[in-house]
Write a protein that binds this ligand. Structure first.
Ligand code: XMP
Length: 507
């Protein structure tokens, strides 16, 4: 396995994604929290960083257990760090070193640069530059503006590059990583979805033995894949609970429950709609709504878990981005914009041990594991849907009538996207019920009814997003259908805000 030491670069997770695309397992750890058992790692990669090695705030990793012992690849900040503190010199650069550049020199006969064409495009993003290489360094590559673009240390398997191999714009970046990991560090490329399933099932069987496990299914990709994986390992000892909070999409509870049963899962559907709607009555603040829903979910789930005699474990569909410890740029905690409550969701009183079979996986890897487990594409391709469901898409207070209206609108919109072959091209879509009545005219009648906003976004992780340029003909058709079919709505608008500065959900 590969260790990626993070110095706070925005690209660190991308390095991990690229390594895993090569079917090699890797982990990200903060530069100052070296994992134990360092000798178990076959290669180490140092990430970039927003800091300068010349500043007082420079981050100082302790590389004594790594250098000259384990093959090491230092990227950007890493490359500068090695240079600056091993006899070289780093200084502010005089020329612009952001964006595209081309390799103008590549040293011949180097494994590291094998099959990398002369002139290959690389992506630079740094304000300091390496003026003098460290002791015992051999120059491996240059660009027109950056002489010391890549070097290695003689007598060690230590390599350093100033550009970012992990970003898409470095055309041969993946090949370089492959050269380092496979040709130099001699790693096998055998970490595949199939091998992950096989190993995880073994581990789960050893860990869980004959214990009973409870898992909350949400209809989403992560909890579904976690359930199928656990089911494969422990069969009927996995007890799934699927709660209807009354805020799901139209008919979602019934159809998803049926699908789960069809997959052989031991699943109990619990219709707690009334309980959630009661808890939400009269609340219009978004964070208060989330809290009311969170509390109700915990109560319902706890009641249900108590019915399972002698249950020992709580399974969760936590994925890797939720557990990576980040190196913060300011050192302080980041502001809570919205209280997503998926991480560490174990209420004290449940006292169950936690099992998280997906916690090493990125989202796209969860899907690939899902495919390897034979899960239907209708589940794996489902858009993300927030835990509080339609409650945060109904602006203001919630009533069952508003839920009904929004379910109808959402269903026309989503089915329309599917019919027009747009659904799979979009990351997430949904409708918002606005607390706005406006005047309309239907036949000879004046109407004074609700306005809904449609939202469809492109994104990779929900952190940033852009609105989708849906065809006008589609918008025209869907707006017509909504107003004609859904009683209580007389106006449809389309949200053309990106995130940031807006967010995906309206609350
Ligand atoms: P925002 O609105 O913050 O949404 O741009 C980013 C992603 O997170 C989802 N989201 C939530 N998911 N509980 C959840 O489980 C929540 O309270 C919540 N709020 C937003 C949203 O659907 C989008 O995918």
């Amino acid at each position: 396995k590969v260790l990626i030491l993070d110095f706070g670069s925005q690209y660190t997770q991308l390095i991990a994604r690229r390594v895993r695309e090569l079917n090699i397992y890797c982990e990200i750890h903060p530069y100052n929290k070296m994992p134990s058992g360092i000798q178990d790692y076959t290669a180490v990669i140092l990430s970039g960083s927003p800091f300068s090695v010349r500043s007082d705030e420079a981050l100082h990793p302790d590389l004594s257990a790594i250098r000259a012992r384990i093959p090491l690849l230092a990227v950007c900040y890493g490359a500068q760090y090695l240079a600056h503190f091993s006899g070289g010199e780093v200084a502010p650069s005089n020329t612009r070193e952001y964006g595209r550049a081309n390799l103008s020199y590549i040293k011949e006969g180097e494994l590291f640069f094998e099959n990398i064409p002369n002139n290959s495009q690389v992506w630079m993003s740094h304000s300091d530059t390496i003026k003098t290489l460290p002791t015992n360094a051999i120059l491996l590559a240059s660009t027109h503006d950056v002489k010391n673009a890549a070097y290695k240390i003689e007598g060690e398997q230590t390599y350093a590059i100033q550009f970012h191999p992990e970003v898409y714009h470095t055309t041969d970046g993946k090949k370089l990583l492959e050269n380092f990991l496979v040709k130099i560090a001699k790693l096998d490329q055998d970490w595949t979805p199939d091998s992950f399933v096989e190993e995880t099932v073994d581990e789960l069987q050893n860990k869980l033995g004959n214990d009973k496990v409870v898992l909350g299914l949400s209809g989403g990709v992560d909890s579904s894949v976690a359930a199928v994986l656990l089911h494969k390992a422990i069969g009927k000892n996995l007890y799934c609970i699927f709660v209807n909070n009354g805020l799901l999409r139209k008919n979602e509870f019934e159809s998803v429950l049926e699908q789960y049963e069809g997959m052989g899962l031991n699943v109990k559907g619990v219709d707690a709609s009334a309980r959630f709607l009661n808890a939400l009555a009269g609340i219009d603040d978004p964070e208060e709504k989330r809290k009311a829903i969170g509390r109700s979910f915990i109560e319902v789930f706890d009641d249900e878990a108590h019915l399972i005699e002698d249950v020992k474990w709580l399974a969760q569909g936590t994925i890797y981005p939720d557990v990576i410890e980040s190196v913060s740029a300011t050192g302080g905690p980041s502001a809570t914009i919205k209280s997503h409550h998926n991480v560490g969701g174990l209420p004290d009183f449940m006292k169950l041990k936690i099992v998280e079979p997906l916690k090493a996986l990125f989202k796209d890897e969860v899907r690939r594991v899902g495919i390897s487990l034979g899960i239907d594409s209708s589940i794996l391709g489902r858009h993300p849907f927030p835990g509080p469901g339609l409650a945060i898409r109904i602006l203001g207070d919630i009533t069952s009538e508003k839920v009904r209206i929004l379910q109808e609108v959402d269903s026309v919109f989503i089915n329309g996207l599917k019919e027009w072959d747009l659904y799979d091209k979009i990351w997430q879509a949904g409708a918002m019920l606005l607390p706005v009545n406006s005047v309309g005219v239907m036949g000879d009648e004046r109407t004074y009814e609700k306005c809904v906003a449609l939202r469809a976004v492109e994104s990779t992780d929900g952190m940033t997003a852009d609105w989708v340029n849906l065809p006008y003909e589609f918008l025209q058709k869907v707006s017509n259908d909504i107003i004609n079919k859904v009683k209580g709505v007389n106006r449809v608008v389309y949200d053309i805000s990106s995130k940031p500065p807006a967010t995906i959900e309206w609350e």
